[in-house]
Ligand binder design. Structure first.
Ligand SMILES: [Zn+2]
Ligand SMILES: [Zn+2]
Length: 371
């Protein structure tokens, strides 16, 4: 870092005035500040370079030494960062800088109350099969953080107030040594707020918020699926220091039906048919998930496991204003376990009439298959 031209780091001329240097520094520090560049690990390095350049060039004495040559500045033979040329951050300028950051980053400045949005909270709701299908309005208890009424969220006991953090003198930031220069980070004592609670509120133990169950009325749309996420805006945890509340997410857990298997907006139901119905064709009735039945025409020669789609007899589309889903009827051919004598005679006559070998093709294919 020390090999870089400090003027170039700040993008100013060698003859730049203190005002120009200060202006360039503030612009670049904002641009490369780690808080604004969380995705870019190089930004912190640039930020440190800029900070370092400003520390030297903003100090007339150090700037003169730097202009005279790096050797003169660092001291003969002392490698950079080895303690020979330690420079401390110019705190008055840094705090000024962070004060301005408050305007940019939503009040996250020194000694300013840090408002923060409340957390999103997710709760699950158990639904009966029928309620999910038809839609229902239900009340649920959501465990959310709420502002403590006793201290109005300050966390300080009644009759007391928060006081300035002694660790950071209310600035909310602390400097951390990093070899050659000092770097700033949020104060750990006060969490960057700049104030601390001296006598904690008995209601919330100084937290300012309390976990409580909030009764929320939620409208479950007709056709709600299992695992559906319903957002209730602003009903999550309360914000801090006047920040907005988070959202509540209600996740549906729909009870299974013993007969209907759901797939998307469609339902599948197994319907038995006799082998005679399958062979001759028939009109059959199938149950609907919402109650009642639906009729459908089975063609002659229907095979076992064949599926028939009954349009619109599935679930209402919960999300879109579209057509409801379908009901898929899967037929299962039932073979009689016992036959009367007469039935046996009829079937034997049928076998004679058909005189067929249904496995013929299979056995031939097995013989010819090259495996
Ligand atoms: Zn502090
Ligand atoms: Zn309290």
């Amino acid at each position: 870092m020390e090999t870089k031209d400090l003027y170039k780091v700040l993008g100013v001329d060698k003859g730049a005035s203190q005002d120009e240097i200060r202006h360039a520094y503030r612009r670049l520090a904002r641009k490369y500040h780690p808080d604004a560049n969380r995705e870019d690990p190089k930004a912190e390095e640039r930020f440190k370079e800029v900070q370092h350049a400003y520390e030297i060039l903003s100090n007339p004495q150090k700037r003169r030494e730097y202009d005279e040559g790096p050797r003169a500045f660092f001291g003969a033979g002392a490698p950079p960062g080895a303690g020979g040329g330690r420079v401390d951050a110019n705190f008055s300028d840094l705090s000024d800088l962070f004060g301005n950051f408050g305007d940019i980053f939503g009040g996250a400045g020194r000694g300013q109350p840090q408002s923060a949005r409340g957390e999103d909270v997710t709760v699950s709701v158990n639904l009966k099969f029928k309620d999910a299908l038809e839609g229902v309005t239900t009340r649920i208890a959501a465990p959310v953080e709420r502002v403590c009424e006793r201290c109005s969220g300050t966390g300080a006991a009644q009759g007391t107030a928060r006081r300035m953090c002694p660790e950071c003198s209310g600035r909310g930031i602390r400097s951390r040594d990093q070899g050659f220069f000092a770097f700033s980070e949020p104060c750990r004592r006060c969490g960057g707020e700049g104030t601390i609670v001296e006598v904690p509120c008995a209601g919330c133990a100084g937290n300012g918020r309390l976990r409580k169950n909030r009764q929320v009325t939620v409208k479950i749309p007709a056709g709600a699926k299992d695992g559906m996420k319903i957002r209730v805006p602003g009903r999550g945890s309360a914000g801090r220091k006047g920040g907005p509340a988070g959202d509540l997410y209600v996740v549906t857990q729909v009870a299974e039906h013993p007969l209907f298997e759901r797939s998307g907006d469609d339902f599948l139901v197994d319907v038995p048919v006799s082998f005679v119905e399958a062979a001759l064709g028939a009109e059959i009735e199938a149950p609907r998930p919402g109650g009642g039945t639906v009729k459908l025409r089975l063609p002659a020669g229907t095979q076992d496991g064949k599926r028939f789609k009954v349009r619109g007899a599935g679930a209402p589309r919960a999300r879109r204003n579209g057509e409801p889903g379908d009901l898929v009827v899967r037929v299962g051919v039932v073979v009689p376990k016992k036959l009367t004598r007469r039935e046996r005679e009829i079937l034997e006559a049928l076998a004679e009439e058909r005189n067929e070998d249904v496995r013929e093709g299979l056995l031939r294919a097995a013989g010819e298959a090259e495996v």
